[in-house]
Design a binder for this molecule. Structure first.
Ligand code: UT7
Length: 320
């Protein structure tokens, strides 16, 4: 039996920090409202010159360094992003070039919004287990600040920019135990950035619009379902899970999931307070932060899970 295993992590956050107090001067909101409803205190915002591939580059370099490999040893590049540099080429192809990888390895983007990293990790896992590739670079990177309407208080307080990356390798010992991906496209109206480019113009709003209440309810339900599905597939119960590394959208959603899993919050990786919701970047950012703090021990069981626009949702159960 062949598995794939995370052998390196990296992340990058833009320097500029936007606090809740800063937002009080921009829209009719308060630190109190944002913190009690979401758990967010601050988020990072990219410079105008920084693109998703630039953030990805920094995170990838750190992941490559922590894996102890050379960039040219990477033979598969998958980038999850909702905010690509351009319509095409893919951000993955641009990242491959910026990393100086000259081996013509495949590079492609995955778009599953906030579940993007889970989808990308699952895709890489399939390729590596089949024995086709030796080192996959899997990245979640976002400059969500570009598609936020900074006059809309119901969305602008929620999101931030950043990138996280992992290096995945085939391994005879686990590794990723199982991946569980889902989508229900009929929910598309409750979370979308509907604008499209047509004849040189943007048709429809290019900004994130969200029915927060509706997304909240769906999120809590599907995250519980997919956690149960992942545990059942591996004949595990909540007591077998050492760490929950959830998508970081709202502390209330994270706490609800932890409660349903009977997991103490000190076994849950939380970064939403400092990062806000960084969509596809949130899980690899949280993973890297906790890994660098030395929180995970070898052999521990981690449950990664996310939900986002689509609606898409999914989970990855793995041994560290
Ligand atoms: O990453 C993809 C997945 N996304 C999510 O999981 C997000 C899920 N949803 C949420 O996290 C929450 O629904 C929100 C944080 C977006 C909103 O929290 P809520 O408790 O559902 O608040 P609400 O939308 O019901 O709004 C309550 C009130 C409204 O005022 P009224 O109608 O009660 O007078 C809003 O107008 O809060 C008002 N409000 C604000 N007030 C101050 C909305 N945004 C703000 C704001 N500051 N920024």
């Amino acid at each position: 039996m062949m598995y794939s295993r995370i052998v390196g992590t990296g992340s990058y956050l833009p320097e500029r920090i936007l606090s809740n107090h800063d937002l009080e001067g921009m829209v009719d909101t308060s630190h109190e409202w944002i913190f009690t409803r979401t758990g967010i205190i601050e988020r990072h915002i990219a410079d105008e010159s920084e693109l998703a591939s630039d953030l990805a580059l920094q995170a990838s370099r750190r992941a490559i360094e922590s894996a102890g490999i050379g960039a040219d040893e990477i033979d598969l590049v998958i980038v999850a992003t909702t905010t690509p540099d351009m319509l095409f080429p893919s951000t993955a192809a641009l990242l491959q070039s910026k990393l100086g990888i000259k081996n013509n390895c495949p590079a492609f983007d995955v778009q599953a919004v906030c579940t993007g990293f889970i989808y990308a990790l699952s895709t890489a896992d399939c390729y590596l287990r089949s024995g086709k590739y030796r080192h996959a670079l899997v990245v979640g990177t976002e400059v969500l600040s570009r598609i936020i309407d900074w006059t809309d208080r119901s969305t602008c307080v929620l999101f931030g920019d950043g990138a996280g990356a992992v290096i995945l390798k085939p391994s005879v010992s686990p590794g990723i135990l199982s991946c569980h991906l889902h989508a229900d496209g009929s929910y598309n109206p409750i979370l979308a950035a509907p604008g499209r480019v047509c004849n040189g113009q943007i048709q429809g709003s290019p900004f994130v619009s969200m029915n927060g209440n509706a997304v909240f309810k769906v999120a809590v339900n599907v995250l519980e379902q997919v956690a149960e599905e992942a545990m059942l597939a591996n004949k595990m119960s909540p007591s077998d899970i050492d760490w929950l590394v959830p998508h970081q959208a709202n502390i209330r959603i994270i706490e609800a999931t932890a409660k349903k899993l009977s997991l103490n919050m000190d076994r849950v990786v939380v970064t939403v307070d400092r990062h806000g919701n960084t969509s596809a970047a949130s899980i690899p950012l949280a993973l890297d932060q906790a890994a660098r703090e030395g929180r995970f021990r070898e052999g521990e069981t981690l449950l990664l899970e996310g939900v986002g626009g689509g609606i898409t949702w999914g989970a990855v159960l793995l041994k560290w």
